[in-house]
Write a protein that binds this ligand. Structure first.
Ligand SMILES: [Zn+2]
Length: 164
């Protein structure tokens, strides 16, 4: 576990509660932009609206999985969930381009599960934000990751994974 300053912990507690409500795991706790005093200690996720949006999509994804026991056929299916008051824009806030949804996904080495939703372009300092999911016997496990473009290139050169 990461060592955290008390003030940061307080912020994280409220955020954790919000995320717990959405059921989305966060390996990169968000913090308000004003708390960015410690250079290098914070992840870019802390202030990135794209990561925040993906967290919201994560929440809808978990809800969909809970209701239907499967992933949506297309990302826009999430907008049809009754429980969502206002649909989440399914585009990267920076590039304005739609997120890529690939239910089959691809592996990211060293990480269980697979990447199913990601930025269409490396718009974030040569990184893409993405959602990694693990299907289990119980609830879906989902989290938001930032993936360096290098790893995307490696993925594209790799042989296609398990196409059926
Ligand atoms: Zn983005």
């Amino acid at each position: 576990m990461t060592m955290l300053q008390p003030r940061l912990i307080l912020q994280l507690l409220s955020l954790t509660a919000a995320l717990a409500a959405a059921g989305c795991q966060s390996t990169r706790p968000a913090a308000s932009p004003s708390s960015g005093g410690r250079q290098g200690a914070q992840q870019p996720a802390a202030i990135d609206p794209c990561a925040e949006r993906l967290h919201e999509i994560c929440g809808s994804l978990l809800m969909h999985y809970h209701l239907y026991k499967r992933l949506p056929q297309q990302l826009s299916d999430l907008s049809a969930l009754d429980a969502i008051d206002k649909p989440i824009p399914l585009v990267c806030p920076l590039s304005g381009k739609p997120y890529v949804y690939d239910p089959k996904g691809f592996d990211l080495r060293g990480k269980p599960g697979r990447i199913i939703i990601y930025d269409p372009e490396p718009s974030h300092s040569f990184m893409r934000w993405a959602i990694n999911v693990q299907e289990t016997d119980g609830p879906l496990i989902a989290d938001v990751l930032d993936i360096p473009e290098q790893r995307f290139i490696q993925r594209q050169n790799a042989p296609p994974a398990a196409q059926q």
